[in-house]
Design a protein around this ligand. Structure first.
Ligand code: CP
Ligand code: NVA
Length: 316
């Protein structure tokens, strides 16, 4: 029988949705966080597949717990134990899974895999990190910024500084700047800049985004200071191995968030990191574990915002 696909609400990138829709997800997440029943029947016994091609602590646990709290059933899968790992196509996998489960969250090596899965699935697909983006993470990050700096969800006077590699997480921050309206200043080495197309698109959509290689310039008066690992999972498989890692570290050392560097931000700035963090590389331990760090709230908010995202995708 020919499949007729209804409109499906995937969650693949922040740029796919409007400012109003994204702010509503943040509002829903804040409500779920303070709700005594934790939204206990909102998924109404739906089954959600959580498919991992790469390691995960936060994404795996927060999605699995979140599905339970909403009254659904999670199934955790990894590609190696599926026929996907033996050459079954992504398209066939998407079609089969659509007959069993109600939504798929996937963490994939390549963003193209997620696009292909979404293209062939008859159910919502949620991006739980690719080499290109990490939208669930940055939705949790924006929720955390809202809690500390913008309870009315007006981000117009907020400056966010990103120090380090222009990677998947930075791409989602760039898209978020265009939708939520904060200023984003990224300081990256010349050789490790974010994707120029993602920046250009976000700027064309009104995003106040600047790119520099001077960390002092980016962090000046920032309300939010963000960094990430020097070695993303997509770089681990590189053929040149340890040499690549060392070269990467050399380039990124000037972008380390030290306690002295942190003083160049606004006096009440918060420090954020999606985790896992490597103390002494991208940030000093005294910053990561210091009074301005909000990393544990940020990690917790993954749970709340992903519950809101699942409801957004599944309860139209
Ligand atoms: N921040 C994040 O996505 O963490 P995990 O890799 O542990 O899921
Ligand atoms: N940029 C990191 C984020 C980990 C959650 C990576 O892709 O490995």
């Amino acid at each position: 029988m020919k499949e007729v696909k209804p409109m499906i609400k995937h969650f693949l990138n922040i740029a796919d949705y409007s400012s109003d829709q994204l702010k509503q997800i943040i509002r829903d997440a804040l409500a779920l966080k303070s709700s005594p029943d934790r939204g206990n029947n909102m998924l109404n016994a739906k089954t959600i597949a959580l498919l991992f091609e790469k390691p995960s602590t936060r994404t795996r646990i927060s999605f699995e717990v979140g599905v339970h709290q909403l009254g659904g059933a999670p199934i955790v899968l990894d590609n190696k134990s599926m026929q996907l790992g033996r050459g079954e196509t992504v398209a066939d996998t998407a079609k089969v899974m659509s007959r069993y489960v109600d939504a798929i969250m996937i963490r994939a090596d390549s963003h193209d895999t997620v696009l292909e899965l979404a293209d062939h699935a008859a159910i919502p697909v949620i991006n739980g990190l690719t080499d290109q983006s990490h939208p669930c993470q940055v939705m949790a990050d924006v929720m955390t910024v809202a809690e500390y700096k913008a309870p009315d969800l007006n981000f117009a006077n907020i400056k966010v500084a990103w120090l380090g590699e222009g990677n998947n997480v930075s791409h989602s921050w760039i898209e978020a700047a265009a939708r939520f309206g904060f200023t984003l200043s990224l300081a990256t080495p010349d050789q490790l800049q974010p994707d120029a197309n993602i920046i250009a698109k976000a700027q064309a959509e009104g995003g106040a985004i600047t790119l520099t290689n001077d960390p002092a310039d980016a962090i000046k008066d920032a309300d939010v200071v963000v960094t990430d690992t020097w070695l993303s999972m997509s770089n681990f498989g590189s053929a040149s191995g340890q040499k690549d890692i060392d070269a990467h570290k050399d380039k990124l050392t000037p972008y380390r968030v030290t306690a002295i560097r942190m003083k160049e931000a606004a006096a009440d700035a918060i420090f954020m990191h999606c985790l896992p963090v490597y103390r002494g590389n991208e940030a000093d331990a005294e910053v990561v574990d210091g009074a301005q760090s909000v990393i544990w709230d940020e990690a917790e908010n993954r749970l709340h915002v992903q519950k809101a995202i699942m409801c957004f995708c599944l309860n139209s």
